[in-house]
Each structure stands twice: as C-alpha cells, then as structure tokens.
Design a protein around this ligand. Structure first.
Ligand SMILES: C[S@@+](CC[C@H](N)C(=O)[O-])C[C@H]1O[C@@H](n2cnc3c(N)ncnc32)[C@H](O)[C@@H]1O
Length: 296
C-alpha cells in the first residue's frame, strides 16, 4: 500500500518544508550512503550530503512527509520495491547529450566499423553494439544515426543496439525517443532531417526519433553491480562512458571485467575522455585516449 506520509502531527506544510525541517541527520545520510554504494556502486562521500538531500526532497514532498529523517525511517522500514525505484531514479546522475564527445562517433564509423567488418574472427554480418549506462537514449540514438548513415553507403551492412541503465525513469524516456528541440543542436543537420520528426503536441517543441531507427535499439534495465548480467549476446562495440567516474577503483575493475565477458576479441570499448582504464587489471589494450580494444 502506498504511504500517505501523514503523521500524528499532520502532513508538512510548504512553510515547514521551506523553513529547513528537511535536513537529513548525519546518521540518516550514512545509512542512505551505505545503501546507495551497496546497491549501485556509486561512491557517497560526506560531501554528497547536500546532493542526496536535494535529490530525495521531491519524494518527501510527494509523500507529504515532514522531513528527510522521516523518509529515511519509512524507506528502511518498508520493503517496497517501488520505493527502492524512486530512490534509485532520484540518486542517479543521468546527464547526457547527443553526440557527446563527438570524436568517438567519427572513430566508430571511420575506423572501428571498417576494421570489425574485415576481422575474420567475427561471426555474422550484423554488428552488435551496447550502450552501457545509456541514460535517456541520446548516446544509443547518436550511434544509430551514425550507423544508419554507414549502412546507406554500404549495402548489406546491418546493426542492432542494446541500451541498458539502472534507472527506469531514463529508460522510459529512451524508449519514447522524444526530445526537446533545444537538445538536438549537436546532431549534424543532415541527420536531423533524416532521423527526427517534428512533433506538434505539447507546449514545448519536441522531436521524435523515426520508427526505423527506434527499432534498431532495445532498452533493458541492468545493474552493473549484479553478479551475472545475463546477456547472451556478444558485442562488437561497447560504449561505457561517464559511468566509471561514480565508482571506486575496485568496483570499476569488477564492472569492466564483467562487461568484457560480452565483448568479442578485437571488439572496441569507448570510455569517456575523463576516465582512464589504465590502472585496471582488465583484458583491454588502449588504442588511444578513451578507446580500448578487447584482447584475445
Ligand atoms: C552520466 S550518465 C552517462 C550517460 C551516457 N553514457 C553518456 O555518456 O552521456 C550515467 C548513467 O549510468 C547509470 N548508472 C549509474 N549507476 C549504475 C549502475 N549501478 N548500474 C547501471 N547503470 C548505472 C545512471 O543511471 C546514468 O543514467
């Protein structure tokens, strides 16, 4: 049953909330921090207190509770999977962009794809790619646009993309494939014209990715902390960008090792320019900054 958040003293008023009755005690923060790191691998030093407070406040208001400490008590007493989902959706940082770190997309179509298609170890004509930690879909749709362009010039070329994330909120967004028009600036104009449809609905101008491109991507929930990812496919390319930064070194190593189980020998892994895999003991060799190849 959904909690109404009503205490004996009645629900919190807007004034009480804005007067600062919201603060999470140090012990309350420590409990959430342990939970978040245990569930998601995300580091939670004390400096994240303000962030955790602001991210969870929305839920406190929805439940009309009086404070974050009240929410903390409720959260840890309740076994609701839906409440766990609220916290995970609130705590994860989902910042992303179309064609973020644009050089990766040039490298993909100019170097990685031609090399993979020449590689005799590969089986099957369809290239398989995984956007691991795909957020609201901008990354896998950028990959799809680039590969659709490649396919237009290379008959017989085909591809499929898997997008995974822990947050159900961003996955729902990604499946819709609807974006504010203000976000499409980084997409080359020719691709915008081919792969996006203007939508007349809603207050703000939005675009929707064309169905033919949406069909190339399937979105699934996956927690990098799971012992077994239960993914049967072997991928030619993995985009794993701007996720590692949230993990400590041993978690980074464990996660990259698990990802490599589903990357073919000679397959490519793209990390972010701000992330280095070189301190990790993983079966990859660096090709250039942030681009790695599976040994084997
Ligand atoms: C900053 S976004 C990066 C999005 C995209 N890869 C990019 O570079 O633009 C990081 C994503 O990782 C996801 N994430 C964080 N921890 C995770 C975990 N333990 N399992 C799966 N996804 C996780 C978050 O939900 C978030 O959407």
């Amino acid at each position: 049953m959904e909690h109404g958040g009503t205490t004996q003293a009645g629900p919190a008023t807007v004034d009480e909330i804005s007067e600062g009755l919201i603060e999470l005690s140090q012990a309350g923060f420590a409990r959430f921090a342990r939970y978040i790191t245990g569930e998601l691998g995300i580091k939670m030093p004390d400096s994240k207190l303000a962030l955790v407070q602001s991210r969870l406040m929305g839920r406190v208001r929805e439940l009309r509770m009086r404070s974050l400490d009240e929410y903390e008590a409720y959260f840890f007493a309740s076994a609701h999977a839906s409440e766990r989902e609220h916290v995970i959706n609130a705590i994860t940082t989902n910042k992303t962009d179309f064609f973020r770190e644009a050089g990766h997309f040039d490298y993909l179509s100019d170097s990685a794809v031609p090399a993979l298609l020449r590689d005799e170890r590969r089986a099957g004509s369809r290239l398989k790619l995984w956007s691991a930690g795909c957020s609201s879909g901008e990354e896998p749709y950028s990959i799809a646009m680039v590969l659709a362009e490649y396919a237009a010039g290379h008959s017989g070329f085909d591809f499929a993309i898997l997008g995974t994330d822990i947050s159900t909120k961003v996955l729902d967004h990604a499946r819709q494939g609807v974006y504010k028009e203000s976000l499409i600036g980084p997409i080359p104009r020719a691709m915008r014209n081919k792969y996006l449809l203007a939508s007349r609905t809603g207050r703000e101008p939005v675009v929707r990715v064309v169905p033919a491109l949406r069909r190339k991507i399937s979105f699934h929930q996956l927690n990098f902390m799971s012992a077994d990812y239960r993914i049967k496919d072997m991928f030619d390319v993995v985009f794993f960008r701007n996720v590692l930064i949230y993990f400590d070194l041993s978690t980074q190593e464990a996660v990259v090792r698990k990802i490599c189980r589903n990357l073919i020998p000679g397959g490519y892994l793209f990390a972010s320019h701000s992330e280095s895999l070189s301190p990790l003991d993983v079966p990859l060799r660096a090709l250039r900054t942030s681009i790695y190849q599976r040994l084997g």
